[in-house]
Design a protein around this ligand. Sequence first.
Ligand SMILES: Cc1cc2nc3c(=O)[nH]c(=O)nc-3n(C[C@H](O)[C@H](O)[C@H](O)COP(=O)(O)OP(=O)(O)OC[C@H]3O[C@@H](n4cnc5c(N)ncnc54)[C@H](O)[C@@H]3O)c2cc1C
Length: 492
Amino acid sequence: MSVAPAISRDAMIVVVGAGLAGLSAASCLLQAGFQHVKILEANEQVGGRVCTTKPFTENIIELGANWIHGQKGNPLFRIAKEHHLLSEDSSETSRDYFFKDGGKHLSVNLADQVVSLFKKLITKASDEELGRKYRDMNLGDYLDLSFAESPLAMSEDGPRIFEWCKRSECSDEAASSLFEVSASQISDYIDLDGDFFNSLGSRGYQAILDVLLKDVPSEIILTSKPVKRIQWDLNKISLGTKSRERSHPIKIICENEESFEADHVLVTVSLGVLKQHAGAMFEPALPKSKMDAIERLGFGTVDKIFLCFSERFWPEDCAGIQLVWDEGPEDKAVYGSQTEEDGWKKTWICGFDTVARHPTVLCGWITGREALHMETLQDSEVGNTCVKLLRSFTGWSVPDVSQVLISRWGHDPWVFGSYSFIPKGVNGVRRQKALAAALPLQNCLSRKPLQVLFAGEATHVNFYTTTHGAYLSGIREAQRLINHYSDKALCP
Ligand SMILES: Cc1cc2nc3c(=O)[nH]c(=O)nc-3n(C[C@H](O)[C@H](O)[C@H](O)COP(=O)(O)OP(=O)(O)OC[C@H]3O[C@@H](n4cnc5c(N)ncnc54)[C@H](O)[C@@H]3O)c2cc1C
């Protein structure tokens, strides 16, 4: 990393949000020699969508991010490895159990074949540009057409298992349905080499945050400070009306009316928060290209439902209990006929996974509109419904649940969702670049450059949705400022 010259030491920089993007940016700026960096975080604690808790025992549960995706070139994998934070457990002998409603166990062999075909089709869409036939399609239609060409489509349960695969993929895409996701553009997302699912050890993702926090003094992080307005370009506004130029072009105002002046503000709030508040948050308003990007990029909800039982009722080699519905929401006809109200009732969960270090806990996954509806229900109602589903699908003797813990990312006022995706018909790279662009857009002599910068997972064209995408976006924007001051120092 290049060290910024002395000129940067006086620059006042405010980072909004202390998730991975905000923390990596602050840490990078401090290491480069910037002395006036502050982080304003709305929540009582830092981490954002990294949220390690201990609700049941002394062992951790991750309500947000769980895995580090990919190894080679992944800075978080490198940090985890260097600090010995990776899990040493591996449960390679365990496997998923697939059930149809009514307690019928599905053939492991058939499930393996369908899952493997599904993975191949997704890899095809991710690795190469899709042929003309599929390019403008949504991901659901592309998968359906491709699957129809396979003999597995003729088997009795193949199509149902394929639909389960699609539903499960919705969790990765954070979408209500794959019929809403672009098919061709999942190739812009880059899978880093090495295992895709790398688990952290007993301190979970919190341990990664702790490493970053070592470089960020606690006194510069101000928690419980929700920002409500960012006034920028104040020099321009005051020019002509007052003879004296303001020394700082930006004023950041919190909900409690406390305010902070700055030369640069780095906004790392989620795309969900921008969708809700960007219209009122910025003064002057954000340019049209930025507002269009905020509107058109997708930001969906994925939630986890943790069920804690008094004893384990599943076999020891079980990695997950997967529910294969007769008629699910990824069936085109069902998708087309569903209203938002009734969707969740029949088809809201695609499976329950076992949870590391918690031998009697299962984690259910729910996405999209169904997740948003589930979030409005009482924990006990959700827990009881899950137990009914487990009983009717497995036919096993399932005890009542003793504790329930649910994430509610869609209604979290500091996130409003889980992560971003590229909807069908949207040019993802173009919109992500517009989202990441610093303001003012043109380097006009009368306006101070790089006043408002943007980072966060949704601004990364190749690693959006991920923790490493968030981390790298923070470094990108810190580096932009470092370069800015380095270039300045070079000019006479
Ligand atoms: C359920 C779930 C599972 C996931 N699983 C994985 C996984 O296994 N692997 C993976 O790589 N990724 C995963 N992710 C995604 C990953 O967690 C995120 O991409 C990443 O943490 C985003 O970091 P960020 O800094 O961009 O945003 P955030 O973490 O959202 O940080 C933004 C911060 O801004 C704060 N903020 C918001 N509004 C304001 C305001 N007005 N004023 C001040 N502060 C504000 C927020 O409180 C927050 O702390 C998962 C996410 C979820 C929700």
